[in-house]
Write a protein that binds this ligand. Structure first.
Ligand code: SF4
Length: 688
C-alpha cells in the first residue's frame, strides 16, 4: 500500500558479494535503498564494510532484471507464464529421461544462492531425476583448497575465524590479493600489522597493496608455489625446527613425507621459483620465530594444474610446525563468493551429499534414501568441467543451471558455448539474461538475496541468516520456490513453506549441521560449523583432534610437475584476478553507477620493461591471442607487474573477457581450470 511505501524499513541482511560475509542493516523506502548501516554485533565485520557492500545494490532495481519466464522461439525469446514454462520443462525433462536416462542431465548450483537452495538443487538432481551430476562454481575456484585440507586435516574450511587472524604472530598470504578481494578481512590484518607487530609474508606474482605492506615479499615464478613451500618445510626439518611433540601426538605419515621432500633443496627451489636462497631461509626463520602462524590463500594457488597439491603443501607446512589446533594458527582458504562455502557444504557436489558425506558410502546413502523416500544413484557424478565434455561427446543432453554465468566464468568459453549449442534442452535460472542464459531454451526469473530469506555460510564456516528486504520484482521468485516448482512439475511432492523447513530437514540428515536452527540464527546471531545437536558451534577447528578415525592429521607426500606452457610463440604470461570495485564478470557491479563511474572498464597491466621493449604506452590498444581465442584491451603501465607477466582483471564480459584466452587445462586432481596458466602473444592494434 501507499502507506507502507512511505515507511522506512530496516532489515538485516548479509552481503551478496565476497566470502567475508559482512552483515548489516539495509534501510529501504518502497524499493529504494536508502543506506547500508553497519552494526557492532555483526560477527564477521563489526562496523566495517567495503565499497561493494555499501554501494553495490543498485542492480536489484535494474531495468535489465528478468521479471517473467522466457521461452526460446527460433533465435529470440518470448515472455511466457510460469505454468507454460514449467509444463515445457516437465515435458522435455520427461522425454529426455525416458530416452537417455538420468545421467543425461546436469545440474549447476550457485554460490550466490542460499544454503537451502544448494540443498534443494542437489536433492532434485539426485532424488527426483536420479543423477549425481551436480556441481557448483567452487569447481572454478576453491575445490583444490578443499581437497588439500581433506587430505591432511579432514575439514574443508578455515581453521578459525576472521578475528583470529588478528591474533596470529605471522600471516602468510599466498596467491591472494586480499585487500581487493576480501577488503574487510584485509583491514584486520593491516591493523594487526601496524598496531600489534604482526608479521606479514606475501608470495605473489603481482606487487599489490598487501605485497607493498609485507615484511617480506617474494615473487615466485608462475605455478611454482609448491616448490618453495616444500623447500621451506624441508629446511625447517633439516634445522631441527619441526614441532616434534605435535608431530608425535597428532600427525600420521611423517616418515614418508620427509622422504618425499628430498628433491626440494634450497638450490632446486631457487632455480625453479626464482626466490633466492636467502629469502627462502628468511621465510623458514620467520615461521620458526613465530608462536602462531596462519596461511591465507586464494586463486593464485588453486587455479593451477597443481592447485590441489599446492594447497596440500600449505597444510603440510602448518602441520610440521604445529600450527594447527590453537587460536591464531592454521589454514585459511579465502572463499570468493558470498556462499561458495555453503554451496559445497550443502551437497551441490558430484561425489558428496550435504556435510561432505560420501555418496559411495552405503550407510550415508541409506540415511538420505530413508529421509527423502527415494533410491539414490551410487556412482559419483560429473563435475562441471566433465559436463562440458559430456555436451561435446553427446552424453549430456539437458542442463538446469541456476545463478551462474558459466558461459563467461568457465575457462575456454568458446569451447563452452559450442557445448551449450549441442544440448537438447537447457534451463537457466537467473536474475538477468546472462551470457549463459542467451543459450537457454527456457529462462526462469529468480530473485536476488534482498528479495528472499535463507542462510549464507562465509569463509570462516559461519552460517548467517538473511531476511527479506524487498518483494520479488515482477513475477520473479526466490530460487528455492522455483526449484520446488520444477521438482513438483517432474513428479516430486515437496511442500516447503519457508527456507527454515529446508534447513530443518538438512540438519536432521547432516551431522555437521545437527544443531543448526533458524532460532539460533536470529538477528545477528550466527553459528560456525560443525554445530552439535545442542547448538554448540566450533569457532576453532582441530583443538582436540582431527576428524579421522584415530584423530590424527596426515602429512601428504607430493611431487612437482611444471605448469602448462602453450608453446614458444605464446611468450606472455597472462595473470588474472579481481579489482576492488567490481565483482567477477561484473554482472552486478557494472549495474551500480556509484561503481562504474570510478572504474568503467578493465585494462591490461603491463610492466615498464615490457612496455619499453614493445613500445607500449598508457592507453595503447593491444590484442592478446592464445590458442583458444583473443581479447582486445588497452594497456596500463605499472610496476605492480614485472617482465613478461601481464595482469588482466576478470571483470569484463565483452571483448576483454579473460576466458576468451584461457584453456581447458585443469588441476589434475579436481578439474578446476588452470586459469592462471594462460599464455598469449601480443600485437599492437593502435597507439594512443
Ligand atoms: Fe561485502 Fe566482502 Fe565487502 Fe564485506 S568485504 S562488504 S562481504 S564485498
Amino acid at each position: 500500500s501507499a502507506m507502507r511505501d512511505e515507511r522506512i524499513n530496516k532489515t538485516k541482511t548479509v552481503c551478496t558479494y565476497c566470502g567475508v560475509g559482512c552483515s548489516f542493516e539495509i534501510w529501504t523506502k518502497g524499493r529504494e535503498i536508502l543506506k547500508v548501516e553497519p552494526h557492532a554485533e555483526a560477527p564477521a565485520n563489526g562496523i566495517s564494510t567495503c565499497v561493494k557492500g555499501k554501494f553495490g545494490w543498485e542492480f536489484v532495481n535494474s531495468e535489465e532484471r528478468l521479471t517473467k519466464p522466457l521461452i526460446r522461439e527460433g533465435d529470440a525469446f518470448r515472455e511466457a507464464e510460469w505454468d507454460e514454462a514449467l509444463s515445457l520443462i516437465a515435458h522435455k525433462f520427461g522425454e529426455i529421461k525416458n530416452k537417455y536416462g538420468p545421467d543425461a542431465f546436469g545440474f549447476i548450483s550457485s554460490s550466490k544462492c542460499t544454503n537451502e537452495e544448494a540443498y534443494l538443487m542437489q536433492k532434485l538432481g539426485r532424488g527426483i531425476i536420479g543423477t549425481n551430476n551436480i556441481d557448483n562454481c567452487s569447481r572454478y575456484c576453491q575445490t583444490p583448497a578443499t581437497l588439500g585440507l581433506f587430505r591432511t586435516v579432514g575439514h574443508g574450511g578455515d581453521s578459525g575465524g576472521i578475528k583470529d587472524i588478528q591474533n596470529s604472530d605471522l600471516v602468510i598470504g599466498v596467491g591472494t590479493n586480499t585487500s581487493e578481494s576480501h577488503p574487510v578481512l584485509a583491514t584486520r590484518i593491516k591493523r594487526a600489522h601496524k598496531l600489534k607487530g604482526q608479521k606479514l609474508i606475501v608470495a605473489d606474482l603481482r606487487k599489490h597493496e598487501m605485497a607493498e605492506r609485507a615484511d617480506l615479499f617474494v615473487r615466485p615464478a608462475p605455478g611454482s608455489d609448491l616448490v618453495w613451500l616444500s623447500a621451506v618445510a624441508k629446511y625447517i626439518i633439516d634445522q631441527g625446527w619441526a614441532d616434534d611433540d605435535f608431530i608425535q601426538n597428532r600427525v600420521n605419515g611423517y616418515g614418508n613425507y620427509v622422504e618425499s621432500l628430498a628433491p626440494f633443496t634450497l638450490e632446486f627451489a631457487e632455480q625453479e621459483t626464482g626466490i633466492s636462497k636467502e629469502e627462502l631461509i628468511r621465510i623458514a626463520e620467520m615461521i620458526h620465530e613465530a608462536k602462531t602462524v596462519c596461511v591465507l590463500w586464494a586463486m593464485g594457488v588453486t587455479q593451477h594444474s597443481a592447485g590441489s597439491d599446492t594447497s596440500t603443501a600449505i597444510s603440510n607446512l602448518m602441520l610440521i610446525t604445529g600450527n594447527y589446533g590453537k587460536p591464531g594458527a592454521g589454514t585459511y582458504p579465502l572463499r570468493g563468493h558470498n556462499n561458495v562455502q555453503g554451496a559445497s557444504d550443502f551437497g551441490s557436489m558430484p561425489n558428496r551429499l550435504p556435510g561432505y558425506q560420501h555418496i559411495e558410502e552405503e550407510r550415508v546413502r541409506q540415511n538420505f534414501e530413508h529421509g527423502w523416500g527415494v533410491k539414490l544413484p551410487e556412482k559419483p557424478g560429473l563435475n562441471n568441467h566433465e559436463m562440458v565434455e559430456g555436451m561435446h561427446s553427446g552424453t549430456l543432453k539437458a542442463m538446469y543451471l541456476k545463478g551462474e554465468d558459466m558461459g563467461i566464468v568457465d575457462s575456454n568459453i568458446n569451447h563452452v558455448h559450442a557445448g551449450f549449442e549441442k544440448l537438447d534442452f537447457f534451463v537457466v535460472q537467473d536474475i538477468f539474461l546472462s551470457r549463459t542464459a542467451q543459450f537457454a531454451d527456457v529462462v526462469l526469473p529468480a530473485s536476488p538475496s534482498l528479495e528472499k530469506e535463507g542462510t549464507f555460510t562465509n569463509t570462516e564456516r559461519r552460517i548467517q541468516r538473511l531476511y527479506q528486504v524487498l518483494e520479488p520484482l515482477g513475477e520473479s521468485k526466490p530460487d528455492w520456490q522455483i526449484i520446488q516448482e520444477v521438482a513438483n512439475a517432474v513428479g516430486a511432492n515437496w511442500d516447503y513453506k519457508h527456507p527454515s523447513d529446508i534447513m530443518e530437514e538438512a540438519a536432521q540428515l547432516t551431522p555437521l549441521f545437527a544443531g543448526v536452527t533458524y532460532e539460533r540464527l536470529e538477528g545477528f546471531k550466527s553459528l560456525q560449523w560443525p554445530v552439535a545437536e545442542d547448538g554448540t558451534d566450533t569457532p576453532n577447528l582441530f583443538m582436540e583432534d582431527f576428524p579421522f578415525p584415530d584423530g590424527k592429521a596426515i602429512v601428504f607426500p607430493l611431487q612437482w610437475t611444471k605448469p602448462v606452457h602453450f608453446g614458444e610463440e605464446y611468450d606472455i604470461h597472462v595473470n588474472n584476478g579481481r579489482l576492488l570495485e567490481h565483482f567477477h564478470e561484473g554482472n552486478l557491479t557494472y549495474k551500480a553507477k556509484g561503481i562504474t563511474s570510478k572504474t568503467p572498464s578493465v585494462f591490461l597491466e603491463v610492466s615498464p620493461e615490457l612496455a619499453a621493449e614493445r613500445g607500449l604506452k598508457n592507453g595503447t590498444l593491444v590484442r592478446l591471442t592464445s590458442p583458444y581465442g583473443n581479447v582486445k584491451v588497452k594497456c596500463h603501465i605499472t610496476d605492480r607487474v614485472q617482465g613478461k607477466e601481464v595482469y588482466l582483471p576478470m571483470n569484463d564480459n565483452g571483448d576483454a573477457a579473460i576466458n576468451l584466452l584461457t584453456s581447458s587445462y585443469a588441476d589434475k586432481d579436481t578439474d578446476t581450470p588452470a586459469y592462471k596458466e594462460t599464455m598469449a602473444k601480443m600485437e599492437i592494434l593502435q597507439s594512443e
